[in-house]
Every structure is written in C-alpha cells, then in structure tokens.
Ligand binder design. Structure first.
Ligand code: ZN
Ligand code: ZN
Length: 390
C-alpha cells in the first residue's frame, strides 16, 4: 500500500497556503521573476537541496532529488510568471504590484511543486528514479521559458515529464486531461492592406484599403468552412483592425491582426498559407496589395497516452474516484509545456480549483481570478505520487 501522500500534503496545508499567498502578493511579469526565483531557491535550500539557478541566463531554476538513484530522470514542472493585469479581487493577499497579477494560477503551481519537494525529500528512500523539479519562467509570453529550461539542461537524462495547471472551469477535486493533441498550436498574423489614399468624395481617384480589408475579413471565414476537412479543426480570428484618421479621407493603408489555433502541423501549415493567399488575392482583385506576416507561437501540446494513464493512476492512488477524473476536450489555448513534450513523453493535466461558494469562479486572466486553495495539497500530492510511481 503506497503511503497516503494526500493526507501528508494536507498536513502541509498551512505552508502551501503561505507560499501561494506570498507569491500572489508579489507577482512578477514574464522574464522578470527574479524575486520569485530567489524565494524558490531559498525554500529548496532549506530542504537541503542544491538548486541550479539562472538556467540559460533566465530566472529558471532546477533541483534534483535522489540524484544517486539509477535510471532516467522524472521531471516535474511549475511555471512562475504573472500577467499584466490589475487585480480586483480585494483579497488581503492581493497583488502589491499595481498592474501585475497572478491571474493564471502560476503562484499555485510554484507552491504545489515546493510542497512536492517536501514530500519527495521525506520519501527520498522510496524513489526508484531521480526526480528533477523545474521552476520555469516566462510561460505567458512567446517565445516562452521552456526552450531556455531545455537549453539549460532541464531535460538532461529526463525520460518522462509531468505538469499541472490549475483550472478555473473544473470544480475543485476534479482532474482533467486528454491523451494526444490537447492544447492548440498558436500562430498570429498581421496583414497590411495597402491602397492609395485621397479624398473620400472621389473614391474613383483612390484605391480604398478599408473596403479591401472588409472583403479580406469576410473571405478569411472561408478557411475553416471551405478549406478544411470535416475532421480538421482550426480557429481563425481577426482581432485587430486599424486604419483611417478622418471621415473625409480614404487612408493609404489598413492593418489587420489576429490568431490561428490548430491541433495538427498539416492544418497549421495549410491555414497559415490560406490566410496569405486570401489576403493577397482579395487585395489584388480590388487593386490593392497585402503584406502578410505569419508569426509562429507555441506548438501543439501532445500528451503521451501511457503517461496520461499514469497521471490518472496517480490520482486514483490518492483516492480520486473515476467520477473525479475527466477526459477533457481539446483546448484552444496554448502552453509552452508543449516544447518539453516534443522532446520527452509526458502528461500535462488540469486540476480543478473552481468553487462558487468561495467566489472562485472567474476565468483565467480575469482581474477577479482566484482559486480554491484546497487544490494546493492535491497538486503537491499528485506531483509526488507521479514521481514515486515512475
Ligand atoms: Zn495564462
Ligand atoms: Zn497558465
């Protein structure tokens, strides 16, 4: 019978809560996680661990537990950065930094992994493999912090990896995941529609980029409806439209911007190509021209089937009944955990933290986002159980 790590994690509850609240009050933006990293390193050192800091010149750090164990390493990852959002929760531990907020739950991710470090240190003798804790910066903003963690040796000898994201849509006590393509590949695009400006009363003397942009936006809707197969999935959203300065002036140019979400590299390539062809073709047909740029974002996040099963097994070992284990649908959001999964099999899971009774019901990236802290002990125990079972 494996030790009941959930009970042990719940005994760590006050510490987990204190860590999370301290981090919540002192959020740091992507790439600026200096104080967070210092705090994490100090807590790891208190446990007798020897963190390796400033991976690849970033604020990322790692620490190994049971490094003398034979075999390949199991990695556990937490991201550490906050968002440029002004917090409106009114909580006593709300952000002390105006305009910066832990509105995605990465404060909880750090607390859970610190909790797992405690549990794993306590159970070090039971470890069959070395465990590596990855505290990663810069998740919220492309190009992400995962590539730096990898370049800094984060995946050296790693054979499997596990990551948890707090989830504002799953009730506390539930765990959700999906084997295979789980989170979308992100591309963004920008389109410059170039015409010839002039007096609005004499359109015949001009080439109107506003009308061309309108036709382009409408035609882009045909990518999903006409260029993709029934079984393919994509979202193409035009989210920015800028141009013009006066009622009586036809501008020289209009700019469009937006995002493309896909789950398959082939569909990703096709969709980007169609945005380019349609924008240029429609602009040309109206006498205008279009400059199209497709900017790559995070790749599709693909969970390994075996590792996803093991993640659910770890939850069962902690007492999660099958009714609390949810097979989720693919998600349109992106995650730089995808880069680790391109290199090594692993699982990325969502841990419920929604609780209407505690006012934890706002979505991620909302100024009133908050989590049910009961999830912290579950997250710490899940990390530790996954590592111990490896
Ligand atoms: Zn986020
Ligand atoms: Zn996040």
């Amino acid at each position: 019978m494996p030790p009941n790590l959930l009970n042990e994690a719940q005994e760590l509850g006050p510490a987990l809560q204190a860590w999370r609240r301290r981090l919540h009050a002192h959020p740091e933006l992507s790439g600026q996680e200096a104080e967070t990293a210092r705090f994490v390193a100090a807590e790891l050192k208190k446990l007798g661990l020897s963190p390796v800091e400033r991976l690849n010149g970033t604020h990322g750090l790692l620490a190994d537990i049971g490094a003398d164990r034979p075999g390949a390493v199991v990695a556990l990852r937490a991201d550490m950065d906050a968002l440029p959002i002004h917090e409106e929760t009114g909580l006593e531990y709300a952000s002390r930094s105006p305009g910066v907020m832990h509105a995605c739950g990465h404060d909880a991710h750090v607390a859970m992994l610190l909790g797992a470090a405690q549990l794993l240190k306590r159970h070090e003798r039971e470890l069959k493999r070395p465990v590596r804790l990855l505290f990663q910066p810069h998740e919220e903003k492309y190009p992400g912090g995962a590539p730096d963690m990898i370049a800094g040796g984060g995946l050296r000898n790693v054979e499997r990896i596990f990551g948890i994201h707090i989830c504002s849509t799953l009730p506390v006590g539930q765990l959700g995941a999906r084997a295979g393509a789980f989170m979308a590949a992100v591309n963004t695009f920008s389109i410059r529609v170039i015409g010839r400006g002039g007096h609005a009363a004499m359109p015949d003397e001009c080439i109107d980029p506003v009308v061309a942009a309108a036709h382009i936006i409408a035609a882009l809707q045909t990518i999903v409806s006409r260029s993709l197969a029934l079984t393919d999935a994509a979202v193409v959203s035009v989210t920015q439209l800028a141009g013009g300065s006066a009622d009586n002036v036809i501008p020289n140019e209009v700019t469009l911007g937006g995002t493309i979400r896909t789950f398959d590299p082939r569909v990703r390539e096709l969709t980007g190509r169609r945005v380019q062809e349609i924008a240029q073709g429609v602009a040309h047909s109206l006498g205008a021209s279009a400059e199209v740029k497709i900017h790559p974002g995070y790749p599709v996040l693909v969970n390994d089937a075996e590792m996803t099963r093991r993640a659910f097994d770890a939850a069962r070992a902690l007492g999660f009944g099958d009714e609390r284990l949810i097979e989720m649908r693919p998600i349109g959001g992106g995650e730089d955990f995808a880069y680790y999964l391109e290199k090594t099999p692993g699982a990325f899971v969502f841990l419920g933290a929604k609780n209407d009774a505690k006012q934890c019901r706002y979505p991620h990236h909302h100024p009133r986002f908050d989590i049910d802290e009961d999830a912290l002990a579950m997250g710490a125990a899940l990390h530790a159980r996954f590592a111990l079972d490896a």
